[in-house]
Design a protein around this ligand. Structure first.
Ligand code: GLA
Ligand code: ZN
Length: 683
């Protein structure tokens, strides 16, 4: 068992930068006291400390870090030790300028900012290996070391000559011959055929921007390079500290454009295989002016569930903010109660930690107005600090839940490669593609009814699910189609839609209409797809209601499928809009049009009833109150969370024990505004 798994209780703490306060010993002393008051048991240190750890090449300075370990040991706390490759020291960029990234316009950057090194550079890799070896040698056996935090938020790409050579080598390994590459990327279009490997460059605004297959491969390559860099970076840690688990903090995209989704830049399904524990940095935009708190909670829940699903194991929230961030347009404070509510939501969906960026607010430089546990006032007499401390004390009462698992019967399929291809392709509606946003619309139906969902890639073991939801699965490999077929054949229920199975893994259109395996599975023929303009709606008659369509109406023909709904207008009036097909032991549904929540609610209501997916604890769940359940040692732990501004009464099937107060509770409970309860019962 690795050290994290063997450690009892949830982790509470976060990024700590004593290196910013070395000339203030009184502050460092104060930190330790305040951490204890806030029930903090974990610090993440050294994330950006390379310049201090190795002030000049080959000269090391670890005294300050030794003291952090010693101090944390005094309070029986843990250290998550970062490798410092996220931001390099000046001397390194100066002496070896090739470690600086080259951008897509071919410009070599000068030193500055962070997360901007070349992933290929042998010098950079060597320097990282050296400092990481030193850290592992010095702290690897220290009992206070809990885990490794490799680098920070890996992202971005480099276009230097070394990276270009690696790109060509990667393509040569993948395609063997230039002919195969020319065919895969359809390069006879616009005279793009290569006659020599040396002609192959990365996509760039100065050169090639239009070859979709190239863009898709470039994204695969960037993921492969990033993981390769990470693998090399952790090699000394693996060798010297085999029992210390390693993670790196993943990210979400947004919140921008009112959207909040897992980051798509790197294929995290691949990256997750290389880490021992998944962790991510969670910064939802609570209390915004474009959606309800419940809606923000739904999107955040989706991301938590996706990170859970990467390994089907507890993950860590590596960063979150106790109050506000500093990088948004408007950096709002969390209202009273929101910090505790949003932190419990992390645990509810499978996190074993609540960690913050950061413990003490910086005095200067770029993040001085980012929220922190200890603010510029430096006291405990502070609303944010008090809320963190209250939460920390509550966490201690829930120690038995750490490591608990989940029981999930519904999966939504998300494929990074499909998303990349889908976003890239021309045609249809640019602003209305909304791949992940559409998945979140489907997810919202289940989240709103307290039915747990996984978000998995197409190669996942689907047999564990009663329902698989795979709308707009644009890119499909033969193996994906076979897996979907096999899942339904063996009794599964599948929901898919327009925009599914349109291109192969090279982003080439699958000829002949809906590919045969999908045609057999759904019992339909695909005719054409109409893109609707903003404000343009047609209608679908389903049950006893008529629902508006938007963005996309596909015209299909039912071959062996039953027609459940038809269009009521436009040139496809009276043709099928929703179908159901019994395929061997299972059932496959097809949604030809994009419709909103009212339709999805009505549509899924029948499936939820038929498959008996309804939550077995909460009676008549509401959208504002979420219930998520974790399981361990014969107990169920229900997290009840009120994402609304008014008190909510919830009716439950059984009486339970309230773990936060230690008292039994009846079958009706009332949650205050933003209130939370953690209820335990025998499974
Ligand atoms: C990221 C980084 C941190 C910090 C926070 C601020 O998640 O990893 O170093 O900059 O953002 O929100
Ligand atoms: Zn490079």
């Amino acid at each position: 068992m690795n050290k994290l798994a063997a450690t009892p209780g949830f982790l509470h703490g976060g990024d700590y930068n004593p290196d910013q306060w070395l000339d203030h010993p009184e502050i460092l002393k104060q930190d330790l006291k305040l951490m204890q008051q806030a029930h903090i048991n974990t610090v993440t240190v050294g994330v950006f400390s390379w310049a201090l750890e190795e002030p000049t090449e080959g000269v090391y300075n670890f005294g300050w870090l030794d003291r952090v370990f010693a101090e944390m040991a005094k309070i029986h706390g843990h250290v998550i030790l970062a490798t410092p490759s996220g931001a390099r020291p000046h001397w390194l960029s100066q002496k070896y300028p090739e470690v600086n990234r080259v951008d897509e316009n071919g410009r070599r950057h000068t030193h500055g900012f962070r997360h901007n090194h070349c992933y290929s550079s042998p010098v950079y890799r060597e320097k990282v290996r050296q400092i990481n070896t030193k850290l592992a040698e010095r702290y690897g056996q220290n009992p206070t070391l809990l885990m490794w935090h490799a680098s920070n938020e890996y992202s971005g790409e480099c276009y230097c000559n070394l990276c270009q050579s690696n790109w060509r080598r990667w393509l040569q390994r993948k395609y063997s011959s230039l002919d195969a590459l020319n065919r895969a990327w359809c390069l006879s279009v616009w005279s793009g055929l290569y006659s020599d490997w040396s002609q192959v460059l990365p996509p760039s605004p100065l050169g090639e921007t239009k070859v979709h297959g190239m863009d898709l491969d470039w994204k695969r390559f960037v993921t492969a390079m990033t993981i390769d860099f990470y693998q090399q970076e952790i090699q000394p840690l693996r060798e010297l500290t085999p029992n210390i688990p390693i993670t790196t903090n993943f990210m979400a995209d947004g919140p921008a454009n009112q959207q909040y989704t897992p980051m798509v830049g790197l294929d995290y399904s691949k990256f997750a295989k290389a880490v021992d524990v998944v962790s991510w940095d969670s910064y939802p935009e609570w209390h915004n002016n474009y959606e309800t708190v419940a809606e923000t909670a739904m999107k955040t829940a989706y991301i938590h569930d996706q990170f859970w699903s990467l390994k089907h194991q507890p993950f860590l929230v590596m960063e979150s903010t106790p109050s506000y961030v500093n990088w948004a347009q408007y950096n709002k404070a969390k209202q009273p109660g929101m910090h505790i509510l949003s932190s419990f939501q992390q645990l509810a969906h499978g996190s074993d930690s609540t960690l913050y960026f950061q413990i003490r607010q910086a005095q200067g430089n770029s993040e001085k107005f980012h929220g922190a546990v200890i603010g510029h006032d430096g006291t405990a007499d502070n609303r944010v600090f008090q809320e963190v401390a209250t939460y920390g004390a509550q966490l201690e009462k829930l120690a038995e839940i750490k490591g608990a698992t989940k029981d999930v019967r519904v999966a939504i399929i998300f494929d990074w490669e499909s998303q990349w291809a889908f976003d890239r392709g021309g045609g249809f509606g640019r602003p209305t593609r909304l791949g992940i946003q559409t998945l979140q619309k489907h997810y919202a139906i289940f989240w709103g009814q307290d039915i747990a969902c996984d978000i998995v890639t197409p190669d996942a073991d689907l047999s564990r699910y009663k329902l698989v939801v795979a709308p707009m699965l644009y890119l499909q490999r033969p193996a994906t189609m076979q897996a979907l077929q096999a899942y339904v054949a063996q009794g599964g229920t599948l929901v898919s839609s327009y925009f599914s199975g349109m291109v192969d893994e090279d982003d080439r259109v699958l000829l002949g209409g809906l590919p045969t395996p999908l045609r057999e599975l759904f019992g339909i023929k695909r005719r054409e797809l109409d893109t609707l303009l903003p404000g343009e709606h047609y209608h679908v008659h389903y049950g006893s209601n008529v629902y508006p369509t938007h963005d996309y109406d596909e015209v299909i023909e039912a071959e062996t499928a039953n027609v459940l709904a038809t269009y009521t207008d436009n040139f496809y009036q009276a043709t099928p809009a929703v179908t159901q097909h019994h395929y061997q032991q299972g059932t496959a549904y097809y949604l030809a049009a994009r419709m909103d929540r009212d339709f999805l609610t009505a549509f899924y209501a029948k499936i939820i009833a038929k498959l008996q997916l309804a939550n077995s604890f909460v009676i008549a769940p509401s959208y504002e109150v979420s219930c998520q359940t974790r399981y361990q040692n014969g107990y169920q732990y229900h997290f009840l969370m009120n994402f609304s501004e008014t008190p909510q009464t919830v009716k439950l099937q059984r009486s339970t024990l309230d773990l936060l107060t230690g008292t039994p509770v009846e079958k009706t409970v009332t949650l205050a505004k933003y209130g939370v309860m953690v209820l335990r019962e025998k499974a």
